[in-house]
Design a protein around this ligand. Sequence first.
Ligand code: PEP
Ligand code: CO
Length: 456
Amino acid sequence: MTGKDSGTEWHPASWCSRTAAQQPSYPDQAELESTVAALSRLPPIVTSWEVDALKGQIAKAQRGEAFVLQGGDCAETFAECTSENIVAKLKILLQMSLVLLYGLKKPVIRVGRMAGQYAKPRSADTETRDGKTLPSFRGDLVNRSTFTDEDRIPNPQMILRAYERAALTLNFVRSLVDGGFADLRHPEYWDLDWVAHSSLAKDYREIVSSISGSLDFMETILGRELHHAQRADIYAAHEGLHLLYEQAQTRYLERRGRWYNLTTHFPWIGMRTADMDGAHVEYFRGIANPMGVKIGPGMTRAWLQDLIRTLNPDKEPGRLTLIHRFGAKSIEQHLPDMIAAVKETGSPVLWVCDPMHGNTETTADGVKTRRFENIVAELESAFRVHAAHGSYLGGVHLELTGENVTECTGGARGLTDNDLARAYKSTVDPRLNYEQAMEVAMRIAGLQCGQPLRHR
Ligand code: PEP
Ligand code: CO
């Protein structure tokens, strides 16, 4: 095994002896320490039984019996932690999952990039504007995007504010779900106001009425209500980037004899922090949560096998999800090798395709965007390559919003570079808007004209 000391004793701060990439540098260490100590005394955001339930669900997806829909903002922001935004995000995830359930004929596991997606990796530590250099914006958990000394200097208080926003968000999501918002019998609750004007609305309404019809039929046959069909759980996920935040809410549960990260159900390791010898892999190997690892074009067979052995030494079902993000142009070149490397380990993994992060480009005006056709092309290749290699693509990871933004080009409305300025709100990466996200779901489900994404 490469990966230094992977067999040695683990504790929530054992990562501190490794190099931790992408961490902010805080000017006031004493304030940082007291903030982290305060966070560690606060109640958890999620519970271990929910975390274990998700692990069980992911194990099902690994066996090909379920499909994971993971989606949300690139970066959540404090300003967008509003009732409308949370409802809109929940609606789009639920609507997409309904379409996927209908098309794939499998349970869909819904995982939001939400309730903690506040820390971002950056390609440079600093940013220079008009001769002035300041720390890069690293997400609302760390600093603010406005370009002033005061806002860009990492502030430990933001860690607590992020924890609070995450808890508020998940609290509201749980209440909506418990109150029947996600009831499959009432998908009309989920309609967004402007879906009425969308060219996809007709297809969506047909799906909804067909699902309602099927539920009625099954209940008539069974003579009872289908309770399981009625509740739609939503799990929370974020990149486990800021290790002090993750560490502070990592608890040992006596009953289970394991450590859990209770800031989220599903943390993932980003592409920039997956070094075998780095602090993130050290931290992640000790927690019991199901976890993701982003796999980009720089990944090698040996590195991937080391990651699998270190993060899942007992080959535990449901534990490890590999989220590949090669880009439409490189996926065919890289994915077959990765599939072969995983097979050699004999370890169960869930394969998920992130068709966003390998397809980011910058327009002539310097705006970050992604083209809908590249996103769809990468997904199409992903389904095809997995099928050709006897492997199951069990999920999709998307950056999306329930709002009508203009950040990605293309899709049913044919947005162009000229439309981007109209409603570009993301502080980091461009997201699919409501309609583009629905279109991706319909394409995966094989319900839209155009080339089918899945080859059955
Ligand atoms: C992200 O998911 O927002 C991200 C930064 O992804 P990656 O680590 O794959 O670049
Ligand atoms: Co992103």
